[in-house]
Design a protein around this ligand. Structure first.
Ligand SMILES: Cc1cc2nc3c(=O)[nH]c(=O)nc-3n(C[C@H](O)[C@H](O)[C@H](O)COP(=O)(O)O)c2cc1C
Ligand code: SF4
Ligand code: SF4
Length: 271
């Protein structure tokens, strides 16, 4: 092993923090250099990333609708070339459930030519609301991530050519979770886009620069001509609090989550 990598798509920062914490601990414990790769902006997802069997790659994505973010799946499937590198699969989820996202990520990484040695699902504050998993990952989550990294180093010492891929729960081919509203009925908000409060907006352009889909018009940030995946990056990164969603179906889903999924969930790891 020559190098540790921390690679993530992370719209609101949880996955980046999680992947980084695990990778930093691995690098420290193994005495190896660490390189970070952000896979969040469109330009970052246009590049090709090739690894070798001397690399250990910690790679993460948030859970969207119980799976990997569907619009980014093709990038995860085509931009990474494992070439026999070892991989640690990491998903974050906002306290409802990670359902099938970790199993899907493991399958994608194996398909990319990685050998998955460990997998983990970690709780992060829900991108949609501060009321689910507020402040997570917090100190005890970071502690658990470091413990996970230590257990990975032990596993690496005992790894053989015949060690199989890590088994994560779930079904990589399962359908997406169907969001529900407060009345328990399915809601559709695929077409919802963020609005802009022009009395607060200073036209700094940050939202347009940061949108993972390049969906916001940089010349008129109140216009969203591209595909919005509801990642909340623009809402969370706008320091003026000018971006918001007012779609009724979306807000009903958020309320339903707040009513039913407030009980703190635990992180889960698999080796
Ligand atoms: C579009 C979308 C769908 C989501 N779906 C789920 C879900 O199915 N289950 C869940 O527990 N959290 C869900 N979340 C919450 C995220 O998984 C969670 O906030 C994650 O840590 C965000 O990662 P990031 O900060 O790296 O972007 C969803 C968030 C978004 C934006
Ligand atoms: S980040 Fe906020 S203040 Fe800046 S252009 Fe976007 S909406 Fe306006
Ligand atoms: S416009 Fe949509 S896709 Fe772009 S940052 Fe905002 S929520 Fe995410």
């Amino acid at each position: 092993m020559e190098k540790i990598w921390a690679v993530s798509y992370s719209a609101t920062g949880n996955t980046d923090k999680t992947v980084r914490t695990i990778a930093e601990e691995l690098a420290a414990k193994l005495g190896l250099p660490l390189e970070r790769v952000s896979f969040t902006k469109p330009s970052e997802r246009e590049k090709e990333y090739s690894f070798t069997e001397n690399d250990l790659v910690v790679i993460g994505t948030p859970t969207y609708a119980g799976k990997m973010p569907n619009k980014l799946l093709p990038d995860f499937q085509s931009r990474f070339h494992g070439n026999g590198a070892l991989a640690v699969a990491v998903v974050t989820f906002g306290n409802r459930n990670y359902d099938n996202s970790l199993a899907e990520l493991c399958a994608v990484l194996e398909g990319d030519g990685f050998h998955t040695v460990a997998a983990g699902a970690f709780v992060g504050q829900h991108a949609f609301t501060d009321e689910l998993a507020y402040g997570r990952p917090g100190w005890s989550d970071l502690f658990e991530m470091k413990e996970f990294a230590k257990r990975i180093t032990v596993k690496l010492k005992n790894l053989t050519d015949t060690s199989g891929p890590v088994k994560a729960p779930g079904d990589a081919a399962a359908p997406y979770y169907v969001p529900k509203g407060v009345d328990g009925q399915p809601v559709k908000f695929l077409k919802a886009k963020p609005k802009t409060d022009l009395s607060k907006c200073t036209n700094c352009g940050a939202c347009a620069r940061l949108c993972p889909m390049g969906a916001i018009d940089p010349k008129d940030v109140s216009s969203v001509p591209g595909t919005c995946i509801k990642c909340q990056r623009c809402v969370r990164k706008c320091t003026k609090g000018a971006k918001y969603f007012d779609d009724e179906a979306f807000l009903s889903h958020v309320k339903m989550l707040e009513q039913n999924f407030a009980e703190p969930r635990e992180n889960e790891t698999f080796l």
